[in-house]
Design a protein around this ligand. Sequence first.
Ligand code: FBP
Length: 262
Amino acid sequence: MLPHADDAISRDGKSLILAYDHGLEHGPVDFDPNPSTADPERLFELASHDAVTALAVQKGIAEAYYPDYEEDVNLLLKLNGTSSLWMGEPDSPVNCSAEYAADLGADAIGFTLYGGSNHEVEMAEEFKAAQEGAREHDMGVVMWSYPRGQGVKNDTSPDTISYAARLGLELGADVVKVKYPGSAEAMGEAVRMAGPTKVVMSGGTMRDDKAFLRNVADAIDAGATGLAVGRNVFQRDDPERILDALEAVVFEEVELDEAIAI
Ligand code: FBP
């Protein structure tokens, strides 16, 4: 990783990445709890909130909408992604180059690596091209490090998440996004394994405010530098309110009880 390569998608060294690749990864069913979020414009509006340091989308959404929002939103362009219609061993086809991401105005690129999948070898080779392309264009590199597939028994165990975080450092990510390993202690170990690569927590399926914010606060206390979150923001009835609370927890060091009361 390079010092400061993620500055464009950070605030005071921390990040809150709003993830919106769910239309590809999970399909329209993810928009059902809050149907207005099927419209990408709604997410670009949410990404204009002060708490959000970047919006992660796929190429097609960036092409169609980013020109209207480039003043207000930092773009994190995912270069690979797969649909839940795919039933094979975990894989994520590359659908965009780093060069094209730079042409679209991206501040950083995002790339999923399924360590432990039978496709890990090709995915790591593809990550090399993406990472080196990002370096040429001064874009940050965010790895979605999600071990899964035949080589992985438990994809959120502390050991697996520490390994996931370490893959980010070894392969040259500036930020590595991992699932929460179940405790602050385990998160702290993942952060230690990532060295100078920053670790952000993945949001996961919808939880109540208290449980979700407590996880986020624990992760930050353990040394994570923020989160990359989709459903726990956009599936709520009032996504702006949870962004206010996340801003308090991630950037303003507000006590958890006070943030929950926002
Ligand atoms: P969530 O906060 O909604 O979990 O989003 C984070 C994310 O990594 C998305 O970028 C991606 O679409 C999704 O999770 C993938 O989830 P999974 O592969 O675990 O179903």
